[in-house]
Ligand binder design. Sequence first.
Ligand code: 9GP
Length: 812
Amino acid sequence: MSQPIDAFELRDAAAAQPAPTPAQFRQALLRHLQYTVGKSPQKASLFDWRIALSHAVRDHAVDPWFNATRRTWDEDRKRVYYLSMEFLIGRLLEDQAINLGLREVVVQVLGEFGLSFAEVAEGEPDAALGNGGLGRLAACYLESMATMGCPAYGYGLRYEHGLFRQHFENGRQIETPENWLATDNPWDFTRPEVAYPVGFGGALAEHNGAWIWSPGSQVLASAHDTPVVGYGGKWANTLRLWAAMPSADLFDLNRFNAGDFAAASEPEALARSLSRVLYPNDTTDGGKELRLSQEYFLTSASVQDILRRYLAAHQDLLKLPEFVAIQMNDTHPAIAGPELIRLLVDEHGVNFDTAVQTVTGVLGYTNHTLLPEALERWSVGLMRKVLPRHLQIIETLDTQFIQLQGSAPDPVRLVSNDQVSMGDLAFATSHKVNGVSALHTELVSKDLFPVHNELHPGRIVNITNGITPRRWLKLANPSLATLITDTIGAGWETDLERLRELEPYADDPAFRDAFGRSKRQAKEHFTGWLAQEHGIELPADALFDAQVKRLHEYKRQLLNILWTIAHWQRIKRDPQAGWAPRVKIFGGKAAPSYHMAKLIIQLINDVANVVNNDPETSHLLRVAYPPNYGVSMAEKLIPAADLSEQISTAGMEASGTGNMKFALNGALTIGTLDGANVEIREHVGAENFFLFGLTTEQVAERRAQPGHARTALEASQTLRDVLQAIAEGVFSPDDRHRYDGLLDAMWNSDWFLVASDFEDYDRAQSEVADCYGDPDRWQRMAILNVARMGYFSSDRSIREYMSQIWNVESAL
Ligand code: 9GP
């Protein structure tokens, strides 16, 4: 008989594991190629090599993962649970290799087979389980939590189809399904034994004063785990994604045998639909019932898992806040409050008020937006249909909240106008609520939750977003990362404030040259990829001026493209005026139902078509809009940029994180006083930032002025000329009226104040051009940007979450 394996044996073995030699790694790689993939090196495709390599790398993640899990149990540590409908993970292979200290050995061993790491890694699908900033932030935070030894789980949904793929037809955005799981996902550990039933609908009954909910239908949540390894490989956490499965065998074999194939599979397909697609919209909620059901599915499965883990080591549910911190990433998982209360009250017999107090001690809520359309509200009717018991709990919380407001004549309600306000609910059930930049947090306190704030002073805190320097500098920009390490030594990867040591080098001509060369390398890397992948040729010696992010009117890609037209008109008027060659780079997707955003995409492509084919100007101005912007494109594009466009209407961008990635990679920002731009400018220095535009207060005042759009347009001949050209069909000769709606909005409403900010933006762009004409000055400013961006590491953000919200300590 074989001996049972002792977990401690495993742990000790893990602790002892040294870094592999090239020979050992080569052997492991070949073993996986042969025994996992079933191929010989002679016959292996790039796909085969990637799968074998991923497994060889993944093997090294398992020991730290076991270790961290076991230590957390042994030491009975508090755990953080990050609940998010989105994790925009991107590719994992190179990221894991870097964090495990394997990149060099991988490069060497692949080289022995005539392969480059880049070409092997390029085949990995982008795990696009998110829309934009919110999802990418969740991915950066997972990586930082692992790096900092914060025991944590990320909980999300394992969407079969991540964010749609974008391509352009005649300049118009076309969406097709994304299929990241179509081939093997080597990072996935399937856990069929971890499955929870999640109920929907049904009926409520009272029995001896207690409520009993009998759901009308059930779906199983089945767990898939990915280890998330921190930098240095000292700690690893788990990203647990739930896949929806039918709770019973719903496949109707008799119907199938009778030839009714579609009907036979229908019930099963319906159950699986909960984790079928990511909603392609980061501002409004579509397909309301399915979206609410998805949110509950994620939340219920995660909360059941959390309680199961807690109860395996503890008995007293009232001590939950000592061992469990749950962070709600936006309102999407805000049903966590009522769900936890339901479980404590209905299934564990805890008194309602005690349950509320306990739950509030556990939950934290991050607000990521002030846009009313993005603050979720569910109709009472829908809530009653899908989650009747939760609605009942919310109504009780609402009554208590009204009482708390005493004799207020018009109290804030969690339920009003037949709608449940998920923001107010999330606030009421959390012990801390945070905004994501200093300005945003101020607006959250003042404009969004003033009454809550007065009732619970101190509950609102600010935690400015951050980005992981491992992915966004070390991985994405090897030429700059190497220069930094050669100059100040290693260690900045986990202590980003050390970049300050670069400051004196801003005045060192040799360093400035080297810095310029590293930018040039990044540009060549990007343009090479762009030419190969998209057939877009760009001159690497031009100023790369980039705006990449979701398409939204408040982000004002329109302002950017209108200015581009003005710039083109000026060059045409005076081609010999000494213009610095510029490339305007756009990237980003519009929600499929967002008509105006899609029209702006078309305008950008129409302008590109005219400008790029104008023989008089094309050597001085180009417009590039590579389709299907995502994490992997960002990794190539951001290091190549000289200028970062962060030009949202003030008060509308909660934080932004792209702004941080660009500045960390030495792009200068042209931006408004919005979101984290404000703090970036403070850190890098006002003299190293191109500021323009109305402030938040001025935006409110301007909007209140009747006819402000027309007034602003009348004051700007430049902008009128631009609009005139659009109206004449210069960019849409096949359809002169294509942009009538857009022009009408510019003249008559202009909610996003494009016209009001145009002249000042134009002034700031002239400053950019002047400055770019003085390479020493530009380089100096860019170096100082890099040197002063240490604050924006996601490690700093996570440290603040740990101390100010989660009350949890590092295990390292
Ligand atoms: O729009 C915000 C963006 O400004 C922020 O950087 C990001 C992460 O905090 O969240 C975005 N919000 C959403 O995607 C939806 O609330």
